[in-house]
Ligand binder design. Structure first.
Ligand code: BDR
Ligand code: CA
Length: 322
């Protein structure tokens, strides 16, 4: 149905950049954010629920259903990223506590309900470890009939962040990521290769921080908590990466990224490669296929390029217009 906003559901570990992503999803006229589910990742799941509710209230979207999900990965222990996201998981900005409680149902139940109730197939946007999504796919596989595609922030073609080769969301729950990749629905991987490139210039962050509009001001404060520039004038130092919000840009404006359908596999073996997304970019089969035959592998639309200016413009026009 052209002209109708796209139904989307986000699964987050809010998270400074998850908060930036929520602000965009709430405000973009082409998106209809139907629910948000929470999972342990950047901080503990109760902190994620609190942060998510607060962000939605600040954005004037306090009626979107929010549900609490998994408190730990399928096999791994919780390994929060407080050194990046602060003690409260959202930059320790001193934001007010939310005024409402989460939904009375768990994340998997809310995901199932909202996906099956949607009049149009839903696009899922996980920006967190994939525990909730894996539990959903294993508990209610029938949901795939009403999922358009899953655009997840996670993985890396080249270099990792949690380890030299593994990106945090996949590393935090590798088994869950493997379940997602083999879900049998179209999957787009918005990995570190593009994630790290989308940076909002310091002057724009400076402007957002001085906005009278609470959502835009919050975006500015969050971006300032994701510094990328070092040295130079004070305004340049305020530059901040959009992070997870880039995955929402890629849904709102698919032309902002260039993807290629490639075989991707999550390394589940213990040791230095655990959590790596092994992306096969070879132009032709190699000796392993010649001698052992082809193995079945998930084909994933992998984001290889991003139009940084286009993405930043979309964010500022949507969130920073206030
Ligand atoms: C991912 O991990 C978290 O720190 C961010 O929110 C993002 O989803 C990047 O590796
Ligand atoms: Ca995240």
């Amino acid at each position: 149905m052209p002209g109708q906003p796209l139904p989307v559901i986000m699964d987050c570990d809010t998270g400074v950049d998850d908060a930036l992503a929520l602000l965009l999803a709430v405000r973009h006229p082409g998106l209809d954010l139907r629910a948000v589910t929470c999972v342990a990742g950047n901080t503990d799941v109760d902190g994620v629920v609190r942060n998510t509710l607060t962000v939605l209230e600040q954005a004037g979207a306090g009626d979107i259903p929010v549900a609490r999900g998994a408190e730990r990965p399928l096999l791994e222990p919780v390994r929060p990223a407080r050194h990046v996201h602060g003690i409260d998981g959202m930059g320790d900005l001193g934001l007010p506590a939310p005024t409402r409680a989460p939904a009375a149902v768990d994340a998997v139940t809310l995901l199932r309900r909202e996906i099956l109730a949607s009049p149009r197939p839903v696009t899922l946007i996980p920006t967190a470890p994939l525990t909730n999504i894996a539990l959903l796919l294993r508990t209610h596989p029938e949901v795939t009939r009403n999922i358009e595609r899953i655009v997840f922030m996670g993985g890396a073609v080249a270099t990792g962040n949690a380890t030299p080769v593994a990106e945090f969301n996949v590393w935090h729950d590798p088994e869950a990521a493997a379940i997602l990749l083999t879900a049998g629905v179209p999957v787009t991987m918005y990995g570190l290769d593009v994630f790290q490139r989308v940076v909002v210039p310091g002057a724009e962050v400076h402007r957002l921080r001085r906005s009278d509009e609470p959502g835009a001001r919050l975006a500015g404060e969050l971006l300032a908590h994701r510094p990328t520039a070092q040295g130079g004038p004070p305004e340049a130092e305020e530059a901040g990466g959009l992070g997870d919000a880039g995955a929402v840009c890629a849904v709102a404006d698919p032309q902002s990224i260039t993807t290629r359908l490639l075989p991707v596999e999550v390394s589940l073996a213990p040791g230095p490669s655990r959590g790596q997304t092994v992306v096969d970019r070879r132009p032709r089969p190699g000796e392993s296929e010649i001698h052992q035959g082809r193995r079945e592998q998930a084909l994933v639309d992998v984001a290889l390029e991003v139009d940084v200016d286009r993405c930043v413009r979309l964010y500022l026009e949507t969130v920073g217009a206030g």
